[in-house]
Design a binder for this molecule. Structure first.
Ligand code: TYD
Length: 227
């Protein structure tokens, strides 16, 4: 079991469905933290550490049913364990903020609900592997599934970040995307101290402003004292 991070610094995760804009928003948040002089790293799941990136390649490519759902959740969780022990906890211990694109809630939503492993089983597995380690703040970028999927499809024309084969989950049936959205909203309801649902159906700039306000009010960053 991984020992709880000495939270000298905030651990913030962004969650949401396909096309919710997490990656763009994390980059902009990073620019802002740089201007605020706040030391941080941006990382992502699956991946974020060399071994975990290798697992990423296994889970995001190939046919939708390449892995059994249980194998899949174990692969995601194995990658996460590596990422947490080798990158996230050491970084927090150095007093640097960690911004992470997806974390445990994605496993609960995608493998637990969409892939049918069961939300409670996946939750229990996360607890077993990660112990008490939890994000201090989870921003759930919520938007209608149709809007997100059409954004994700148009993003395919700009393949600067993803390889053209990293689309196993975008190709899931729409009803399964609806199921993941519902689980993210349920998680937020269940963990109101940790999670905030943000309407992602707005401009990049407006959404970014909203996320900055939320982070600033939670962690009292200078210059944002209205929170
Ligand atoms: P990614 O390229 O990060 O896409 P996105 O921009 O949508 O975040 O791919 C991550 C995919 O992996 C995404 O479709 C959700 C899925 N995923 C899971 O199914 N379970 C998990 O635990 C994680 C972290 C991601």
């Amino acid at each position: 079991m991984i020992e709880k991070a000495v939270n000298g610094a905030p651990f913030i995760t962004l969650e949401g469905g396909e096309g919710s804009g997490k990656s763009t928003q994390i980059k902009l948040l990073s620019d802002w933290l740089v201007t605020e002089g706040i030391e941080h790293i941006c990382t992502r799941e699956p991946g974020g550490a060399p071994g975990a990136e290798q697992i990423r390649n296994l889970v995001l490519t190939g046919d939708v049913d390449r892995w059994t759902p249980m194998t899949e959740v174990l692969l995601y969780t194995a990658a996460r364990s590596d990422h947490v022990e080798r990158v996230i906890v050491p970084t927090l211990k150095q007093g640097k903020w960690v911004l992470c694109d997806r974390f445990t809630d994605s496993s609960i939503a995608y493998q637990g609900a969409a892939r049918g492993v069961g939300v409670e089983k996946v939750r229990a597995l996360q607890q077993l592997v990660l112990g008490d380690l939890k994000p201090d703040l989870t921003l759930i970028l919520d938007l209608p599934v149709g809007v997100g999927l059409s954004r994700a499809v148009s993003r395919e024309t700009d393949k600067s970040e993803k390889t053209d084969k990293e689309d196993r989950f975008e190709r899931m049936e729409v009803s399964l995307h609806e199921a993941t959205r519902k689980v993210f909203l349920d998680i937020a309801e269940r963990s109101p101290d940790r999670c905030v649902v943000v309407d992602a159906d707005q401009s990049v700039e407006a959404l970014q402003e909203c996320l900055r306000q939320l982070i600033a009010s939670r962690f009292s960053i200078l210059g944002f004292s209205n929170g």
